[in-house]
Design a protein around this ligand. Structure first.
Ligand SMILES: Cc1ncc(COP(=O)(O)O)c(C=O)c1O
Length: 501
């Protein structure tokens, strides 16, 4: 037998890389060797294995070791033991039957057609680099207060909170979110309408699952949020890009009749990534037309909490009674992205109607974090944190705007007094993707504006520059580097751009 399964390792083997490796227990080694020999056809079906006494003597192990190995192999069906001894079972694997392997052992994988719809946008994903859009000031997050909130929920809710929770999320958090949204964002809602999700992304996916069928038409802002496009792809929707101007999404005349949508993705408070605010006239028109053709508007309010001048821009959902709006929110900017808590506010009648489906589709998890977040909000910590971050981001935005005005005087800066990024339009002959690669090599991570367009077109290039995670003092030097990179780039005309004095 030893020539079929090989000798076992009884002592530590030195593999020449420092300390000697401890061998696996003898019984585990023996089971593994026999298993491999059976699967590899070296012990064909029907072979009679030696008695435990004989094999123990041959391999230099105790008889008990062999008995346990045989019992294990019998339990999973490799061998059958009867009065005549232990024999190898007939297995369906071709090699186990001693047949030569067929030419292509791995069958061709048939992927879902939708897999081909996704295109890569970023070659690097370090979201903590300076100028990354969307990353909040992680080093300013009040960790001590968050730790206290987590400890409190552990003390009070364990061990029950280790079990499944309500599929739509912890009622305390849903109530806290509803109270906050009514007051801060003018959303008309109760906790029972709020469904907690794994970030806004899962809320978008949920909207697709609840309100569309494969093949339905969905409109999306262009340039726009790729996460929304990803959600539409997942639902096999046909996506129609809608242009964006200074007033936000601009629906061409006749589009409602020619291409009636089922779902429309918008970011009204701060269009992503151009920063436009959707005008009230367009909000009212969207609501009226969506109502007329039975469509749903997704309102992604991803950073609406951060407004630095004037009155906060209230939600579209709260503009009129019973608007056909699915209000989506996230704690990725207001808390931190890894928390992965977002939500969707469903219209009251819908929330009641889809209750059973949600119960079947979702599982209530992350209960301690949800309870901690509810306490964080109720205790005022969340509001205080938002206030501190508003002041910080206002200062950072101002520093970025000044630096961009100085170094890119002839370029248009998009984005109002809100959010965590500004967008810089660049001349049509600057390859913004190449520019972001060069910036990345310098440790900076702005994104190329052209990466947000759904349809490639000329003149849609620029940089989406985040300031949430970058100190005000670091912004001017970073923008200077970007200006130098642009100056050194060879445009289509062939000559490098001259650097501004
Ligand atoms: C437009 C937009 N919506 C939503 C989100 C938040 O997504 P999530 O909550 O899944 O992190 C982001 C994050 O970058 C975003 O840019």
């Amino acid at each position: 037998m030893i020539e079929i399964i090989g000798p076992l390792a009884h002592t530590a083997a030195n593999l020449g890389v420092g300390r000697a490796q401890k061998p696996a227990p003898l019984q585990k080694q023996l089971t593994g060797r026999l298993q491999q020999a059976i699967l590899g056809g070296r012990l064909p079906a029907g072979s009679l294995l030696p008695s435990s006494r004989l094999l123990a003597a041959e391999m230099g192990v105790s008889r008990n070791t062999v008995v346990i190995a045989y019992e294990h192999l019998a339990a999973v069906g490799y061998v059958v033991a009867d009065k005549k001894g232990t024999r190898v079972s007939p297995l369906s694997s071709t090699t186990a039957r001693g047949e030569p392997p067929t030419q292509s052992a791995a069958p061709e994988v048939a992927y879902a057609a939708r897999i081909g719809q996704f295109t890569a946008t970023r070659t690097h994903v370090d979201a903590t680099l300076p100028l990354t859009p969307g990353t909040p000031a992680l080093d300013r997050f009040p960790l001590a207060a968050w730790r206290r909130a987590l400890e409190r929920s552990m003390e009070r809710a364990l061990p029950l909170a280790l079990g499944y929770g309500t599929p739509s999320g912890e009622p305390a958090l849903r109530d806290a979110i509803a109270a906050h949204l009514r007051m801060a964002r003018g959303v008309r809602c109760e906790g029972s309408q709020v469904v907690i999700t794994e970030g806004a992304q899962e809320a978008l996916n949920l909207c697709v699952r609840l309100f569309t069928n494969p093949g339905d038409l969905a409109w999306i802002e262009d340039p726009g949020y790729r996460g929304a496009k990803a959600a539409f792809n997942q639902g096999d929707l046909t996506t129609l890009p809608m242009p964006v101007d200074a007033e936000g999404m601009s629906v061409p005349p006749g589009a409602w009749r020619a291409y009636p949508p089922k779902l429309i993705y918008t970011s009204p408070a701060h269009q992503y990534p151009t920063g436009a605010v959707l005008s009230v006239a367009r909000r009212l028109e969207l609501i009226a037309e969506a109502r007329r053709c039975g469509a749903w508007l997704i309102e992604d309010d991803y950073d609406g909490e951060f407004r630095y001048a004037g009155e906060p821009i209230a939600s579209m959902q709260g503009l009129v009674e019973d608007a056909p709006v699915l209000y989506v929110g996230s704690f990725s900017k207001t808390m931190f992205p890894a928390l992965r808590i977002g939500f969707v506010v469903l219209p009251r009648a819908i929330a009641a109607h889809v209750g059973v489906a949600l119960h079947e589709m979702l599982r209530g998890g992350h209960r301690l974090e949800q309870l901690a977040l509810a306490h964080f909000m109720e205790s005022g910590e969340f509001g205080r944190h938002l206030g501190r971050m508003r002041r910080l981001y206002r200062e950072r935005q101002q520093a970025l705007r000044e630096a961009l005005t100085e170094h890119f005087a002839s370029s248009e800066i998009l984005g109002g007094d809100c959010g965590m990024h500004l967008t810089l339009r660049l001349a049509a002959d600057i390859d913004d993707q190449a520019l972001t690669e060069r910036a990345f090599a310098k440790g900076l991570s702005p994104r190329a504006l052209s990466g947000f367009t759904l349809e490639r077109r000329a003149g849609a290039n620029g940089l989406v520059i985040g300031y949430g995670n970058t100190g005000a003092e670091a912004l001017a030097p970073a923008v200077r580097i970007l200006a130098e990179l642009v100056a050194g780039m060879v445009p289509a005309s062939g000559k490098p751009r001259l650097r501004r004095a």
